[in-house]
Structure formats: structure tokens, C-alpha cells
Design a protein around this ligand. Structure first.
Ligand code: GLA
Length: 384
């Protein structure tokens, strides 16, 4: 995580006031991919990369948002929030302010400094961490308390409606509600969740293929549309299927022929992934790591073959990991089409795993990967 003291210093130098600082983590998803918007199950963990948000009040009626990462600022009247997205980084914090305003809150004049170390466009939810850090900082400044699920929903709305990316609830939810050393099994239908401890003997190794991923890009939306099409077709036969969460493999066997092939494969991924995800939570709870590893392996194959959301580099990263000592399970994590793989590795092998995986991936692709040994961390909190 970036230094809280340093952010305070930067904020003080630029705005003349010492801020309250909040940290909101990125996340890695252990299993349950593209199931969130189908009202299914996901099991992510918050990680120790985060966005820091420092906030103070202003006297001049303006909102000034500063991104330390880019050395850039955006500013406007607090009474006249921007109505349209700009296509820039500032859409994420501005979207949160607008969504708060739409929910009836009055946005006070404020200075907001953002500074993060979540790798951008790598499938580790840098955008959700910016949204959640902003929401936590600004609501605290307003003296308003919003509960965890409501804050996650608010940030998701900002991303759906203002930024224009049709993401589900997973990233924002775990950035708010994650817990140190735990994975979080979330039921995306009613937002109930339980935490499962990640054993101390297990390292969370995240391997960045360096292939950029963007959920604002077309593929995420195409997949989501295919999932929704399959759902509508099945619902003609069983109207109680409101989302693919409600469908079974038997439904697919009976009526799958009516669904165009691509959408049928996407549906098969979602339906089987939901079953794998709840089974994976049980495996983690009973510390059955072999079973968890197997489920992650199956999940990767399903994501790659049925959902067709992997890429050659991610498939290779998973394949190479499978040959290294200490691996429990590996798969592509996040929205897909690049980004990072998540690897559960026996702690004593973690350092060797990291160096061998890096060297072999570099040799095969000519790309220098970034590999991070992470820890599951707490959700958004005040720091410093
Ligand atoms: C992105 C979205 C999430 C989720 C994942 C895929 O991270 O923001 O809502 O759909 O992709 O599991």
C-alpha cells in the first residue's frame, strides 16, 4: 500500500489542510467468474493493493479531485456536478459523487486526493477501489453512515450508469466488506455472505500476464448479453428462471438446442461455475485444499473453453503453474481477456514458485510478467 503519511503530506502541500485518509483494497477472485450479474455466487478476497483517498472541506464552493498517480486534477462547482462522463480517470470518483447526489445527499465543497497501487487494467479491480475509497471518504466528510452492502451498490451504480461499464456487484462488495486472511463467499442475489479463512500455510500468488484487460471494452458486454439471451430462452419454458442462477444443467440438456451455440456455452459456464463456487467455499471451510485446487482447475477450463474469456498468455500462465511444486490451484481471475491469474501455493514454495513461473513465462512469451505474493486484507477502512 502507498504511504498514508506521504499522501497526507502531498494533500497538505497542495490544499493546505491535513486530510482524513481511507484505504479501499483491490481484489482477487478465487472462483465464480461472470456469475455476479446472473445473481449467482462469487468467492473473492480483498488484497493488500489499495487506493488511498484523503479528503478535506473547502471554503470556495468547489470540488477539486486530484489523482496523484497521474499528477492530474479535475475541478467543478459542488452545486454543478458534471452530468456526462469524460472518458478519463475522474469518471470514477465523479460518478460516485453524482450517484450520492441522485440519492438525495448534498455534496459539500471538498478537496479529494487519490493515490493507489492497484495495477491498472489487470483484472484486480482498481476502478472499484477508487469508487469505494471515494465513497468512504466523502460520506465521512458529510457525516453520513452508509452500510456496507448499500455502499457497494452505490459504487456499482456509479460504474454502471456514469462510467458506462456494465459490471456486477462483486468488486465493489469485497472492496467494502473483505476481511484480512479470509475469502468471502457472496450470494449476489441477496448480498448475504460468509467469510472462510485462508490457511496460513497457503500463499496467494497473483501473476500478471501484462495483457491489458478493460471491462469498458466490448467483450465483457458481449458475454453478458449472451448470458442474458440464454436466460430468456430458458425462461420461456420455466418462467421462474429470472437469472441463470435459477437454471440447472438439466434445463440446458432439455432446451439447450433452442439457444445459439455461443450463448449455450456461456450458460453452461455460468451454471456449472455456480456449483463449483459453493463447493469451493465448502472445501476452503473444511481446509480440503486438494478439492479447492481441482475446482479452480475446472473453473479455468470452463472459463477458457465454454466462456471463451481467456487468452493464450493466461492459458500458458496457468499451464506453467500446474507443473511447479507447491501449486494447489490456478486460474485466470477477473473479467477475462487478459489480466492476472490467481495461484494458491503452499507457503514454503511461494518464493521458488514466483521466480520459476516468472522465468518460464518470460522465456515462452518474451513478456516480463509481474508476480505478487499477496495477502487477503480488510475492506475499506480509515487509516493513519
Ligand atoms: C469484472 C466485473 C465483476 C465481475 C467480473 C467477472 O471484474 O467488474 O462485476 O463480473 O468481471 O467475474
Amino acid at each position: 500500500m502507498q504511504s498514508v503519511e506521504q499522501l497526507k503530506e502531498l494533500h497538505l502541500r497542495r490544499f493546505g489542510t491535513v486530510p482524513q485518509v481511507f484505504a479501499a483494497p483491490g481484489r482477487v477472485n478465487l472462483i465464480g467468474e461472470h456469475t455476479d450479474y446472473a445473481e449467482g455466487f462469487v468467492m473473492p478476497a480483498a488484497i493488500d493493493f489499495a487506493t488511498l483517498a484523503g479528503v478535506t472541506q473547502r471554503e470556495d464552493g468547489r470540488v477539486v479531485i486530484r489523482a496523484e498517480n497521474f499528477d492530474e486534477e479535475r475541478s467543478f462547482e459542488a452545486e454543478a456536478l458534471p452530468e456526462m462522463r469524460s472518458g478519463e480517470w475522474s469518471d470514477y470518483p465523479v460518478g460516485v459523487l453524482r450517484t450520492l447526489a441522485e440519492e438525495g445527499y448534498r455534496i459539500p465543497p471538498l478537496s479529494l486526493s487519490l493515490w493507489g497501487d492497484v495495477p491498472l487494467g489487470s483484472g484486480l479491480s482498481s476502478s472499484a477501489s477508487v469508487e469505494v475509497a471515494t465513497a468512504a471518504a466523502v460520506t465521512r466528510l458529510m457525516g453520513t453512515a452508509i452500510d456496507g452492502p448499500a455502499m457497494a451498490r452505490l459504487c456499482q451504480r456509479a460504474e454502471n450508469e456514469f462510467v458506462g461499464a456494465s459490471c456486477g456487484i462483486m468488486d465493489q462488495f469485497v472492496s467494502v466488506n473483505g476481511a484480512a486472511n479470509h475469502a468471502l463467499l457472496l450470494d449476489c442475489r441477496d448480498l448475504s455472505y460468509r467469510l472462510a479463512p485462508i490457511p496460513k500455510s497457503v500463499a496467494l500468488v497473483i501473476a500478471n500476464t501484462m495483457v491489458k484487460h478493460s471491462i469498458a471494452g466490448g467483450e465483457y458486454g458481449t458475454r453478458r448479453a449472451e448470458v442474458e439471451l440464454a436466460c430468456r430462452i430458458l425462461a420461456r419454458h420455466r418462467p421462474e428462471i429470472r437469472f441463470l442462477r435459477d437454471a440447472t444443467v438439466v434445463d440446458l440438456e432439455r432446451w439447450g438446442e433452442e439457444i445459439p451455440e455461443a450463448a449455450r456455452k456461456r450458460a453452461r459456464h455460468i451454471i456449472t461455475e455456480n456449483a463449483r463456487t459453493t463447493a469451493a467455499a465448502e472445501a476452503l471451510e473444511t481446509q480440503d485444499m486438494d478439492r479447492l485446487g481441482m475446482l479452480m482447475h475446472e473453473a479455468h477450463l470452463s472459463y477458457s473453453h465454454d466462456f471463451e474469456a481467456s487468452c493464450a498468455e493466461a492459458d500458458l500462465m496457468v499451464e506453467l503453474a500446474g507443473r511447479l511444486p507447491g501449486l494447489i490451484g490456478a486460474r485466470l481471475t477477473g473479467g477475462g481477456f487478459g489480466g492476472c491469474t490467481v495461484n494458491l501455493v503452499e507457503q514454503e514454495f511461494a518464493a521458488e514458485f514466483k521466480s520459476k513461473l516468472g522465468a518460464q513465462y518470460r522465456e515462452r512469451t518474451g513478456i516480463e510478467p509481474e508476480i505478487y505474493i499477496c495477502h487477503a486484507s480488510d475492506g475499506v477502512r480509515r487509516v493513519g
